[in-house]
Design a protein around this ligand. Structure first.
Ligand code: DHB
Ligand code: FE
Length: 276
């Protein structure tokens, strides 16, 4: 080393050490990592104790992970990173349905239901009729589209978190008819805290945030020749709409539960983008 050590020379040297990276995308990512990480340190100037605390936090996040708990995803979700990644990958340009986070509770292989059947296996909760169309951006109906739905039970827990619920309770796949219509029955979802018994929950508490998500139903809507949309519909009178712990709410995804018989009805049309 012949140059003096300072912010500029150190960054230049760190980037020079990447020059043999053969994968150009990895090179781009690691250069950006160096620039932004060093800028972060130059701005924050952590004490050594603070830096150790940071290392310990990241270690605890890793240790919290197992087959069913992914604390890293929770960290990304709770501090807004996941929604930003989603935005850059699925920007809606016009009429297409906006996306939201997949979340940690999706399960493949949910049972297929006929139009009008309910995904509630125990009938607990206020009944809801979910109805609408799946169409393309020109309004042309998409027949045979797949509408995959999942949500919490009235106790605020997904079936995978709650041994007292039947297998695949409140999960189901519906198909649209020749006019692109789907018709599903479920129960009204409730607001629900993201798992907050780990390091991410502790950090949320330290910055004065609550862990709640507004009540929502998850959807993956897919059809041949179209890009699938991963999204959620939120209840319009929910107390947490403006402070969703994972930033998932978009105006176009907020729906009204209209009183209907002994329950509610929600009408919502999905618009898919043609696959490119
Ligand atoms: C997250 C998303 C959910 O839909 C949910 O119910 C809980 C957590 C998440 O993004 O971490
Ligand atoms: Fe959820």
């Amino acid at each position: 080393m012949t140059t003096a050590f300072n912010e500029q020379s150190h960054l230049a040297e760190a980037i020079r050490r990447l020059e043999n990276t053969s994968d150009p995308r990895l090179k781009e990512i690691m250069e950006a990592f160096s620039r932004h990480m060093f800028a972060f340190i130059n701005e924050v100037r952590p004490s050594e104790a603070e830096w150790m605390q940071g290392i310990e936090f990241l270690t605890d996040v890793g240790k919290m992970c197992d087959d069913v708990r992914q604390e890293w995803i929770l960290f990304s979700d709770a501090f807004g990173v996941t929604m930003l990644v989603d935005y850059h990958n699925h920007r809606a340009h016009g009429a297409e349905t906006e996306s939201s986070v997949l979340g940690p509770f999706y399960r493949e292989g949910a049972p297929e239901y006929a139009p009008g059947e309910t995904i509630s296996q125990d009938g607990e909760g206020d009944p809801v009729v979910l109805a609408g169309r799946v169409a393309d951006a020109d309004g042309k109906p998409i027949a045979g589209a797949r509408v995959d739905i999942w949500q919490t039970a009235p106790n605020g827990l997904y079936e995978v978190q709650d041994a007292s619920q039947p297998e695949f309770n409140l999960r189901g796949v519906f198909r649209t008819d020749a006019e692109g219509r789907y018709l599903a029955r479920t129960v009204k979802p409730v607001s629900y805290p993201i798992p907050d018994d780990g390091p991410v929950g502790k950090l949320l508490g330290a910055v004065g945030r609550h862990p709640f998500r507004p009540a929502h139903i998850h959807f993956i809507v897919a059809a041949d020749g179209y890009e699938p949309v991963v999204t959620q519909l939120f209840t319009d009178d929910d107390a947490y709409l403006d402070s969703d712990a994972v930033f998932g709410v978009k105006n176009s995804l907020v729906v009204n539960y209209r009183p209907d018989g002994d329950g509610y009805r929600v009408d919502y049309d999905f618009v898919l983008k043609r696959a490119s």
